[in-house]
Design a protein around this ligand. Structure first.
Ligand SMILES: [Zn+2]
Length: 77
C-alpha cells in the first residue's frame, strides 16, 4: 500500500498517511499556521463522530481553509 502524494503543487514526494503534506513541505510552513492546523484538526476529529451536521461541516470548512493556507505557504517558500 503506497503513501498518498504530497498536495503541494510541484512537489514530487509522497506524504505519510497521517500527515497533511510531506516533511520537506511541512518544514516550510510557518509555526503559526502549523499550530492552527493542529488545532483545527483536533476540533475536526473531536466533532467528527458526535456533533451535529452543522458543527461537523463548520469544523471541516475551518480545517480545509487552514489546510489551503499551509499548502500556499509551502508552495511560496
Ligand atoms: Zn511536499
Amino acid at each position: 500500500m503506497g503513501n498518498p502524494s504530497c498536495p503541494v503543487p510541484g512537489c514530487p514526494r509522497t506524504r505519510n498517511r497521517n500527515h497533511m503534506m510531506c516533511r520537506e513541505c511541512w518544514s516550510r510552513v510557518s509555526k503559526d499556521t502549523q499550530s492552527a492546523v493542529y488545532k483545527a484538526w483536533r476540533t475536526y476529529s473531536r466533532v467528527a463522530d458526535t456533533a451535529s451536521d452543522a458543527a461537523h461541516r463548520e469544523a471541516h470548512d475551518i480545517y480545509f481553509a487552514i489546510r489551503e493556507r499551509a499548502i500556499r505557504e509551502a508552495e511560496a517558500a
